[in-house]
Design a protein around this ligand. Structure first.
Ligand code: SF4
Length: 505
């Protein structure tokens, strides 16, 4: 019984597979190190490959991106060679399959002409043991201390990293969690990465912190509460933005923020407007005039602090400076929390109904906040063995990618390649077609990756030019699924994609 891939299997692969799997109703999948033996009508451990009538088959269709999907006639089984121009279709690695060991040529090495230049796209679903996610969660709320472990299904799958401007970053996965811990930890990590990459919601918990439901492109849900707004800025920035709009309507404004709490009349913005010092001193460490650090502990309350009653951050009120009737607005950096006080004859702040002008000013803060979202970036190292599927001299592919001679995409989506050695790339999972990722039980993630470069350059870097197939032939054989790039993502083939051919160095 021979095994064949959805992609082109050479006679040596078929011979090897036959040698491994002599039973007539079993095919051996050689697309990853697991080497599943698959009975007729069944799929392997990852469900990506199955035994269909004795043939090893990639169960998901090859996915191609098309520039104008309404003009495409090759959907489904009816395709029989149609007039679509090669420059209007891009063969992605989604559903392309993998080759193992890596020195075998990639499943599809596609030749096409773009703007008069012969181009090659090397297409493969990479198996990534070195991969992880960088997740940006737009929230002021304290999710946990920096370096705190992040768990999924009770297993540590990553950690909290830096707090950024209005966002908390998490780092999930990486080779240590995939391979360096228990089998359970590796499986939980792989499952978590896969779910997030494919756009599913995942329930995470931070040791000593909050629980958060994360889904690419959706608002985070922190301890059961959906986040609404991403802060307009820190407390100091909020004052810098809105100070002139508060002038004449409030005598003091304190913007409560876990990082930098702002006090208007002390702040340079208030001074510039000629505001009278109000004499209200907040707790914490004074950084510069009107800017205070550590006014409270981090938490889920006002401005990412643990404050429920904003007056708790007032340390003292100076009777030499403050006056009865002083009007005080306290507000958070999203405008989600706000309170209006007037000092009584003893200079104690008394809550009062908020005037309409102040309500409008608070609403203006909220209006300037962007919706809170989760952003999931997949990061992986493609500088390893998968390069051998593209060329016999892998370092030349690395150089071509680093120098922009070979354009690297993931499912047709643009990637960012880190400077320095290797091909370490990052891609926003929301820019790939739905369900572009898979996994294998080694455990590792499976992600599409494509290298596009001029044919002349490909030959110069030792590419497998004998395995190049015209795009029309690939489309005819593979009967692909045609989709448009996700909204807002540019079609991957453009004039810039096809630089003049030159010899790779
Ligand atoms: S885990 Fe999937 S890719 Fe790996 S051998 Fe089994 S079926 Fe093939």
């Amino acid at each position: 019984m021979t095994t064949t891939h959805a992609g082109p299997a050479g006679p040596e692969e078929a011979a090897l597979a036959a040698a491994i799997s002599p039973e007539p109703d079993i095919v051996t999948c050689d697309a990853c190190p697991v080497l599943c033996r698959i009975r007729a009508g069944k799929t392997g451990a990852c469900d990506r490959y199955g035994n269909v009538a004795g043939r090893l088959t990639r169960m998901d269709p090859l996915t191609v991106l098309v520039r104008a999907p309404t003009a495409v006639r090759f959907a489904g089984d009816d395709w029989s060679g149609n007039p679509i121009a090669a420059k209007d279709v891009f063969v992605t690695a989604i559903g392309a399959g993998t080759t193992y060991p890596d020195y075998k040529p990639a499943p599809f090495i596609v030749g096409s002409e773009v703007d008069g230049v012969d181009m090659v796209t090397v297409v493969s679903e990479g198996i990534f043991s070195y991969c992880g996610l960088k997740i940006k969660i737009d929230t002021d709320r304290h999710l946990g201390a920096e370096c705190a472990p992040v768990r999924a299904n009770g297993e540590i799958v990553g950690h909290v990293t830096t707090a950024e401007y209005g966002s908390q970053m998490l780092s999930l996965g990486g080779v240590h969690h995939l391979t360096g811990g228990s089998k359970k930890e590796g499986v939980a990590t792989c499952d978590t990465l896969l779910a997030l990459c494919n756009g599913a919601a995942v329930d995470l918990s931070v040791d000593g912190g909050a629980s958060v439901i994360v889904k690419s492109g959706a608002a985070p849900i922190v301890d059961g509460v959906p986040e609404q707004r991403m802060r307009v800025g820190c407390g100091s920035a909020t004052i810098g933005i809105f100070a002139s709009q508060w002038l004449g309507h409030a005598d003091e404004v304190i913007v409560v923020d876990d990082h930098i709490t702002g006090v208007l009349t002390e702040h340079q913005a208030g001074k510039f407007l000629g505001m009278r010092a109000a004499g209200i001193r907040v707790r914490g460490r004074r950084s510069t005039p009107g800017r205070y650090f550590q006014v409270a502990n981090p938490g889920l309350g006002w401005g990412g602090t643990d404050i429920i009653d904003p007056l708790a951050i007032i340390e003292r009120i100076d009777p030499k400076l403050a006056w009865p009737g002083l009007r005080l607005l306290m507000v958070s950096t999203t405008g989600e929390h706000s309170a209006w006080f007037v000092l009584d004859d003893e200079l104690a702040p008394r809550p009062e109904p908020m005037p309409a002008t102040i309500s409008d000013a608070v609403a203006r803060i909220g209006e300037n906040c962007e919706p809170a979202l989760c952003t999931v970036l997949f990061m992986a190292g493609a500088g390893g063995s998968l390069r051998a599927g593209a060329t016999e001299n892998p370092v030349l592919l690395t150089r071509a990618a680093q120098r922009g001679r070979a354009r690297v995409t993931s499912g047709g989506a643009p990637v960012y390649i880190w400077p320095g050695g290797g091909i370490t790339f990052m891609v926003d999972v929301a820019t790939l077609p739905a369900n572009s990722f898979g996994s294998v039980p080694t455990p590792a993630l499976v992600a599409p990756i494509e290298f596009m470069l001029p044919l002349a350059d490909y030959a110069a870097l030792g590419g497998h030019v004998g395995r190049v197939r015209r795009v029309e032939d690939v489309l005819a054989q593979a009967r692909p699924r045609a989709v448009a790039p996700p909204e807002g993502v540019a079609f991957p083939i453009s004039r810039a994609t096809a630089p003049p051919a030159s010899v790779a160095r």
